[in-house]
Design a protein. Sequence first.
Length: 125
Amino acid sequence: MKQSKRQFRKYEDSLRERLADPEYARVFLDVALEEYEQDGDAKAFLLALRDVAEAQGGITKLAEQTKLNRQNLYKALSEEGNPRLKTLGAVLHELGFRLSVESMAYSHKLTRGSMPDTGTEASKT
């Protein structure tokens, strides 16, 4: 009986393929940002952003689109990175995302399944 060898894909290849999907990439970044909110360690978010950038055309292409220096962009999206808000905004924008602010109280209410009271008659019915 001849045994066939199974071909396994590398995790990085599989992840890069999934991150090419904008919705998957959005959820991936959202989870990384939630982890940052819990532990205060920005490394995971920066590396997640780099993974998304790599999957959606690469750092070189992103540097050209954002008019940022490629080497500085690699450094900004590394574990030691400390990018400026302007850099994060430009990177996110070119990847099809944007920065936004969300109320912690509002977010907490939504995760519990209740809608906030807007004070209108429609919300009182």
